[in-house]
Design a protein around this ligand. Sequence first.
Ligand SMILES: [Zn+2]
Length: 431
Amino acid sequence: MTPPVTRRGDTGAAVAEIRDRLGRLGLLPSAEPPVDPASMCFDDEVDVAVRAFQQQRGLTVDGIVGPQTFRRLEEARWSIGDRVLSFSPTHLVSGDDVLALQQRLSALGFDLGRVDGRFGTRTDTALREFQSSVGVDADGTCGPETFRALARLARTMSGGGTGAGASAMRELHALESLCSGVADKVVVIDPGHGGEDPGAIGPSGLREKDVVLSVALQLRERLNALPGLRVMMTRDADFFVPLHERVKKARRVQADLFVSIHADSVRDHSITGASVYTLSYHGASSEAARRLADRENATVLKGGVSLADVNPALASVLLDAAQSQIMGASVEAADQVLGALDDVGAVRKKAVQHAGFMVLKSPDVPSMLVETAYISNPSEERKLRSASYQEQLARAIESGVVNYFQHHPPDGTNYANRRRDGDTVESDSGV
Ligand SMILES: [Zn+2]
């Protein structure tokens, strides 16, 4: 049943239903004691909640509940475990529970294509692979037994803070090595800003959030076309993602590389050129201090060592060692991307820069932030607007990433010997 389009000022049963669903999602305070549904009003509070929901789901944020928003509200009712899930060719099952299943399978390294909340054939294949790898009957039906296996792994992956982190991570790694496709390098692409945060705005109105998304989507397409590489996006549409969520996504999939894409802006409109940043030493040490202070939140480093499992002195040494290695790898990768951008045209400085940007702070994922150009400069704004320049940028970042993976030695890079000179900017804010 499709209800009529509903918006602010409307009243009636459809409004009552919308209020109820938003309430269950925690976007509205729980409904007052039952009133006559016909008198339920689509007031300002509902309008705000609808917009928040639309933003969360990457829908057009207009506060109007049309067929698409209504369908997504409907799908949002399901959480994982609520119903048995399986592939049905005649009617694709969709919902938040399917999305959660896909996210878990994807985080475990199973290739299922789009994580879109729709139970298609690739989700079916991935689910069967998962089932056979954990010794559950591989029937493609996600019922109680499979839910239990997923829940157990989800707990181990989130760290939990129980002290069981290290053994749980070993179990997870063992599982991963059984699964096909896990040898792929995972690149997380992070288009800056989005949704209510437009980023920088050029003199003629070009918005940073739009340009960087377009470059990022092209980069995704290029990298996904290469064998052995798999891309995850922190956002793939115009919605807002908090900075710490971006870092969390990269860590959750144990990314091999994190690339944040931005466009720079300064008051002096004559300044031009691309820059590439990695985490500054100061940014890294303050983050390390924070993680050590917060050990009960069980930072688990790649390789399965949980900081909660060891004494503070050892935790500090381990974190230092891991971070040096990651920072070295970050600089190498950034250097390759900077070199490739230099071939395309103007880079502002021929050395990788260092800053304390929040999104660069994963302790176990090599990370860089690319400022593609100065959107505040009228001629660079024009270039950024053009499809051909966006493609050149995507191509350049792609070739830098590929060079890095080709040249990157598997382990043991010494950051101290490789640190480059460059300006250091300290900032915990977004860029
Ligand atoms: Zn930015």
